[in-house]
Design a protein around this ligand. Structure first.
Ligand code: ATP
Ligand code: MG
Length: 452
């Protein structure tokens, strides 16, 4: 019913936009978003600003997600007040950023990001047309024009429960279309990351990228090479952690955006065996995100890069390098390649290495080593990783099973499990009698060196 009505009201296409254009003001009776659905903190911030005579709206992703029936992950506020004016109004707030000043206002544990309406027309650009600085404040209409997609240029006033829509974003969302505001080529040139955002948002919300916005992507993909690696890392992480990574990566490939963008994807998606492992890792991450379970960037990147590490590890061992040394060298080699494009932070890199370095320790099922391993603070994550390897058929399922039992049982049964390994019964049926012990598994050939 509401959809029908909206379709009727907004079925016409937008005329070429201009900042002087009057926006549509859509009442709650048409869009259905109640103030109770948005964060109490964001409502408070808007109310306080409006009380002082400023304009203030919830904007961007939160409005879009609510309209699409998703729960927003955070709330951004756009206002006519300058950062200094916002800062002065809220005791628990701070100004962040130098080039793009925004204010973080704290409400309990929640952080509300408040930004001042910005205009983009005088933005300084580099020789590729990329925007370097656009800290020039403007009107709400100007602020709407500089946003990337029509569905992202929606302003929700929680006090009147009205949506202000300059670019027919509500209608586009209803029609499941992701449309760029303005001329797509020019907008991608200004900021190539918008191409990635298009794919990510389309995958997240099940939208079709408007043909005019989709067509130039293949040609312009190489512009991503000029984007600073820290920004690329953030955007890639968002894509991978969206809960729709499988769909998003599939679409990146279709658009020709995976080449050069992510060396790790270049490598792995063109190798069938590695590919299976990667898709499993992505599916696994998607289902964790959807089940609201924590996912860590380090786990995900460790998984995505593992097939390559594993391959190089084997090559080095075959060339005569000792097992541990071969693994550490392979790890460094793979991370170094990634570092050229993706700014994997030092902390994340350290976590990734730890996960990898723990893997051969699962092969040591004798003596004190297993007791030490289960006490390791990262045992659980390393075990999850081992399970993923087993699911990808790189190693026998028996190994993660054994460790799961070993970690969650008492001393007596642990001894039994160790004996079972020593006698070669793999822990399936604990041996009754203590037999002559074989050489400890430490010295045995690494089981996990065989495949990813
Ligand atoms: P998410 O749900 O992942 O947070 P989002 O759209 O909210 O998606 P943010 O990075 O939080 O993404 O950006 C907030 C808003 O800022 C967007 O909705 C959009 O209006 C605007 N925006 C973000 N990035 C760009 C960009 N590269 N170019 C133009 N506008 C942008
Ligand atoms: Mg957001």
């Amino acid at each position: 019913m509401i959809r029908k009505l909206l379709r009727k009201v907004f079925s016409h296409r937008a005329a070429p936009f201009s900042a002087s254009q009057e926006p549509a003001r859509i009442p709650v009776s048409l869009h259905g978003i109640r103030r109770e659905q948005v964060s109490a903190g964001a409502v408070k911030v808007c109310a306080a600003l409006q009380n002082r005579g400023y304009q203030a709206y919830i904007v961007g992703g939160a409005v879009r997600d609510l309209l699409a029936g998703h729960v927003p992950k955070d709330h951004d506020v756009a206002t006519s007040a300058t950062p200094e004016e916002v800062r002065a109004l809220f005791r628990r707030s701070r100004i962040i950023g130098r080039r793009f000043k925004i204010v973080h206002v704290l409400n309990g544990a929640e952080v509300i990001e408040v930004s001042t309406f910005r205009a983009s027309h005088e933005a300084e650009t580099d020789r590729h047309g990329r925007v370097l600085a656009d800290n020039i404040y403007g009107s709400q209409a100007e602020d709407a024009i500089r946003r990337d997609f029509t569905v992202n240029a929606l302003y929700y006033d929680p006090l009147t429960e009205t949506i202000v829509d300059y670019h027919h974003g509500v209608a586009d969302l209803q029609q499941k279309t992701l449309r760029v505001i303005g001329e797509p080529r020019a907008r991608y040139r200004e900021d190539p990351v918008r191409m990635l955002r298009a794919v990510r948002l389309a995958a997240k919300l099940g939208l079709i990228i408007d043909p005019a916005a989709r067509a130039p992507i293949r040609d312009m993909a190489s512009l991503l090479e000029n984007v600073p690696s820290a920004r690329l890392f953030d955007e890639t992480l968002k894509l991978l952690m969206s809960g729709n990574a499988v769909r998003a990566i599939g679409q990146l490939r279709e658009e020709g955006l995976h080449h050069g963008l992510l060396p790790l994807l270049d490598i792995v998606l063109d190798q069938p065996i590695a590919e299976r492992f990667i898709w499993l890792a992505l599916e696994n991450t998607d289902s964790r995100v959807r089940a609201d379970k924590p996912v860590s960037a380090s786990f995900l990147f460790a998984a995505l890069l593992w097939p390559e590490v594993s391959r190089k590890w084997k090559v080095r061992q075959a060339a005569g390098e000792p097992l541990q040394q071969a693994l550490f060298d392979a790890m460094d080699e793979v991370l170094a390649v990634q570092a050229q494009r993706l700014a994997i932070t030092r902390r994340v890199a350290a976590d990734i290495k730890e996960l990898w370095a723990l893997q051969p320790r699962f092969d040591k099922r004798a003596g004190r080593a297993p007791f030490r391993l289960i006490e390791h603070p990262r045992f659980r994550a390393a075990w999850d990783f081992l399970l993923l390897r087993a699911q990808a058929a790189g190693i026998p399922e028996e190994l993660p099973d054994w460790w799961n039992r070993f970690a969650h049982t008492g001393q007596a049964e642990r001894e039994e499990l160790l004996r079972a390994v020593a006698t070669g019964s793999g822990g399936k049926a604990p041996a009754r009698k203590r037999r002559r012990r074989r050489k400890p598994a430490d010295a045995a050939a690494p089981e996990s060196a065989a495949a990813p």
